[in-house]
Design a binder for this molecule. Structure first.
Ligand SMILES: O=C(O)c1ccc(O)c(O)c1
Ligand SMILES: [Mg+2]
Length: 628
């Protein structure tokens, strides 16, 4: 299939849209009618623009309210279609795209509608053009692709075919098995869009809430599977009407769009076990089995404070880099790197963001294959300066320009700590911390779908339903991404947070950090009370939780009084789900808006979301922030 995108998906003028679409690697484009109407040049100019950018125009759509017009209007409607044929020929496109009528004047009857298409097909054939028919989910009479197909079938004209649009099929919950019975050469074009599951009318849902494949809840895999069964090998075009995309960066949406299609095609080929011609399978989605290390960027002046904190948290400096001003800190299975080297990536990250997490290293089965997959999905590889004898760990750009390194257990990369660092011999006493439980990244609200797609397409990972969390300054959207269910379960847990309200802590972080980045890291322990007691004794500033919270716990849970007193004494929050219970506590917000969380999971699978409001209010109080 050939990937394509409709100009309606991205922001800007038509020229800007086309430029962004070509820059993202597309070779086919659908011009949306309004973009053409608003363009201050002739259709031939648009064609030239596309030619120069290497873009073929698949269609200029839609053509509305064609079929079923009463006799008095029929001639005029056909004249309108002839004018559209003229336009298409000027654009160098051969497909007239008709969406099902919503006209109050339209009449129905499958044979009656088929006759209109047969006549139009004849006119199209004379010009070497074709006519495609799409059932809109809110079409007056035709809103089911199976009816549209029946009309196309009865029209019985080789120049009349069906257009499928995943949104119109899946939003109505239509079965997709009938797609697999349609002959491939009768399908003239396919559009894809995902969408979150929402209870609203089809038109508003479609015009504002469509999103890229993988970002929503529709069963696109099932749709693609049925389509692939037909042997269809034509155009697969994104048609996304989305308010966020309209306000976002055209370049970024176009790249995300291309990525989503490459991913969708790869997933489809993979589940079918059939590799399409000219499109080799990508290396498989990486199963992340853990966080290998987390790297902090600092400078000489801020380094002592960070080291004091790490020591108080129970970490020991176990390694010193052989050629750079970089140290390795360990406790349990947690490895932190503190980078205050004045050359290189970490330093430039520090200059922009201050003390911050500048890189994450993830444990994958095959680091080279993961880098190859990332590159095929249009990620940007990063090549840092390599010191003598030092390992070259594969890396790509992640959120806010930070890095994601890939480390595997099979190549020389597994020995990065010994190769790059000399040991200090410092023993680790520890505070009971065992591993990295999850990493929370704070970003602009508009970027959330980008990073959701980024992680879901690169890694073997799932999303859980997005949650709205109340901050004293507004609403924060929170999106969890977790690595697969098999061996890598729990290997990667990420929480993406974004907010449209300027006064939330989330939004303030993005402002003060000068961009998006890691806002907190949650570390696990088997005994949170003991860990917190030790941290407090070592002087770690913990976040104070109000009494009322514990009174409420007493009222709504079956926890014993003594247990609640223990939680209260340590400022520990509590949650439970069907699989177990969860204790968690936070440091105060530290330098740069960053903080740590400490968690004890007792079979529990969530993230303490019901407590997020309490935590955000406590942090707002800690920082003396006012809202209003
Ligand atoms: O919202 C619409 O009107 C509209 C137009 C053209 C399409 O292809 C479509 O799916 C929807
Ligand atoms: Mg459509």
């Amino acid at each position: 299939m050939q990937t394509s995108i409709a100009t309606v998906c991205v922001s800007g003028t038509l020229a800007e849209k086309l430029e962004a679409i070509a820059a993202a690697g597309f070779r086919h484009v659908e011009i949306f009618e309004n973009d053409l109407l608003a363009f201050p040049g002739s259709p031939r100019d648009v064609r030239r623009l596309c030619d120069d950018l290497g873009l073929a125009i698949v269609t200029c759509q839609p053509f509305r309210d064609f079929e079923g017009m009463p006799a008095a209007r029929r001639t005029r409607t056909f004249d309108r279609a002839e004018r559209k044929f003229d336009l298409l020929q000027e654009l160098g496109s051969e497909l007239l795209f008709i969406c099902s009528s919503v006209s109050p004047e339209a009449e129905t009857g499958l044979d009656r509608l088929a006759a209109d298409f047969a006549d139009l097909g004849e006119r199209a054939a004379k010009r070497g053009l074709r006519v495609g028919y799409e059932a809109l989910a809110w079409g007056r009479f035709i809103h089911d692709y199976r009816d549209a197909w029946e009309i196309v079938r009865r029209a019985g004209h080789p120049n009349v075919g069906l257009v499928l649009d995943s949104f119109h099929v899946l939003s109505r919950g239509l079965e997709v098995t009938s797609i697999s019975k349609i002959p491939a050469d009768r399908i003239f074009m396919v559009q894809v869009a995902d969408a979150p599951k929402l209870e609203m009318d089809y038109l508003a849902w479609s015009r504002h809430w469509r999103c890229l494949p993988g970002q929503g809840d529709l069963d696109l895999a099932g749709f693609m599977e049925a389509l692939a069964t037909t042997g269809y090998d034509g155009v697969l075009s994104l048609e996304i009407f989305n308010d966020r995309f309209r306000a976002g960066s055209a370049r970024s949406v176009a790249v995300d769009g291309h990525r989503s299609l490459l991913w969708l095609l790869d997933e489809t080929a993979r589940t079918r076990g059939a590799v399409p011609k000219g499109r080799p399978l990508l290396p498989p989605a990486a199963e992340v089995s853990g966080v290998e290390f987390i790297e902090f960027a600092v400078d000489e002046t801020r380094r002592p404070a960070l080291e004091t904190l790490l020591r108080a948290l129970g970490f020991a400096c176990t390694g010193r880099h052989r050629s750079k001003d970089v140290t390795l800190w360990r406790q349990g299975d947690i490895r932190f790197i503190v980078n205050s080297d004045v050359d290189g990536f970490a330093h430039s990250y520090y200059v922009t963001h201050g003390v911050s997490v500048c890189a994450l290293a993830l444990k994958v089965p095959d680091a080279a294959a993961t880098l190859a997959r990332a590159t095929a999905l249009l990620d940007v590889p990063h090549q840092g300066a390599i010191g003598p004898g030092e390992l070259d760990i594969p890396a790509i750009r992640g959120l806010g320009g930070s890095l994601i390194y890939f480390v595997d257990g099979t190549s020389a990369l597994s020995r990065w700590a010994e190769v790059d660092f000399g040991t200090t011999g410092e023993p680790v006493s520890g505070s009971g911390l065992i591993g990295v439980d999850h990493i929370a990244q704070t970003m602009q609200y508009e970027e959330m779908l980008t990073w959701l797609l980024f992680y879901l397409s690169l890694f073997d990972a799932q999303k859980t339903p997005s949650q709205a969390v109340m901050d004293p300054g507004g609403v924060v959207q929170s999106q969890v991404i977790e690595s697969g269910l098999g061996q890598s379960a729990g290997g990667l847990r990420l929480v993406l947070n974004g907010s449209q309200s300027a006064q939330t802590l989330t939004a303030r972080f993005v402002q003060e950090f000068f961009g998006s980045g890691v806002q907190h890291i949650a570390l696990s322990t088997a005994d949170l009370r003991a860990t917190v007691a030790q941290l407090r004794a070592a002087g770690v500033p913990m976040l104070a939780i109000p009494e009322n919270y514990y009174d409420d716990l007493e009222a709504r849970t079956a926890l014993a009084d003594a247990e609640i007193d223990g939680l209260k004494a340590h400022n520990i929050l509590y949650d439970a789900d069907a699989s177990g219970s969860f204790l968690h506590a936070y440091t105060q917000i530290l330098d740069g808006g960053f903080f740590f969380e400490f968690v004890e999971r007792r079979g529990y699978q969530g993230y303490g979301a019901p407590n997020a409001t309490i935590r955000l209010a406590a942090q707002t109080r800690q920082r003396g922030l006012t809202v209003g």
